[in-house]
Design a protein around this ligand. Sequence first.
Ligand code: ADP
Ligand code: MG
Length: 353
Amino acid sequence: GGGIDSSVIKSIDKAVIHRICSGQVILDLPSAVKELVENSLDAAATSIEISLKEHGEEYVKVIDNGSGISPNNFQVLALKYHTSKIADFSDLHSITTFGFRGEALSSLCALCNLTIETRTRNEAVGTHLTFDHSGLVTAERKTARQVGTTVTVEKLFSTLPVRSKEFRRNIRREYGKLISLLNAYALIAKGVRLLCTNTTGKNLKSVVLQTQGSGSLKDNIINVFGLNTFQCLEPLTLCLSEGFKVEGFLSRPGHGSGRTLGDRQFFYVNGRPVDMPKVSKLINELYKCSNSKQYPIAIINFIIPTASYDVNVTPDKRKILFSDEGCLMLPLREAIEKIYSPHQCNYSINKIK
Ligand code: ADP
Ligand code: MG
């Protein structure tokens, strides 16, 4: 720019760095809500309510009945790289929580107005906290509430003018992506009642998603997609080797979900929703033999040792690096081939040759 002497290299102001980096951790409405829901799950909540105002454009509130946050953590709660989940690099090999980088709350503070209400079982009353954009507590007062935590994100991206405009312009699409993301958590979270509501206009509140908190994947699928859909699914269970298991459900041959690729495909590693383009491609390819017009539903959880993969690859932790991908993919292919009548497939492939 005109007034800047480009020959001088200087360090960027801390507050500026914070805002720049935060926009890369929290990309959109789904990634903001994902962080809050994951925090509630990490706090062992059995009930999580996601309450949206104007599809999330005005605010998102995530209300849980988890452990709560103890008062001695209030001051550092929303500071960058402050976490209660890991202390050492070696802890990453045995990570079982969704969060571990201590970035979400601090990033949200930099991008919007954040307030937290919380109470642990050691406190008689709750505390209401407000934060500034650098993550420092600006006000603290007592409030009546149950044990648990409520995080409110108001006017997301209001500190980034361009992103804010884009966010509001695309709010319906962001909302759609959010609902499918919440489905991913609703399906896999066992023993957690998940409720999502959206309030529009003066007071029109509608239930968007609701699960009963059952302990089984089967019941969760019925809650989310209905009994009819569940009845078109085939269980997939696979024991690969010591500590490696695959569990889930797949469309039966001939019973697809629709023409759009991947809109009902959910992959997990130890219950963490992730992207698995290779597995998705494999399933779609094998499924084609029985139904070439639709894509299969797939809900598949890889239960594998925490040291056999790395989730710390992208900010949203959706990309997974496996230490031995082949040992997962080959047996998986065989198991899926069994479901999608291999003889027919081989026959048609041979015929083409
Ligand atoms: P991370 O999840 O990586 O630790 P966050 O910025 O998401 O980082 O959260 C910071 C800390 O705040 C967490 O480590 C946890 O101790 C606390 N926390 C956040 N949300 C909740 C919640 N809903 N219930 C209990 N504790 C929470
Ligand atoms: Mg977190």
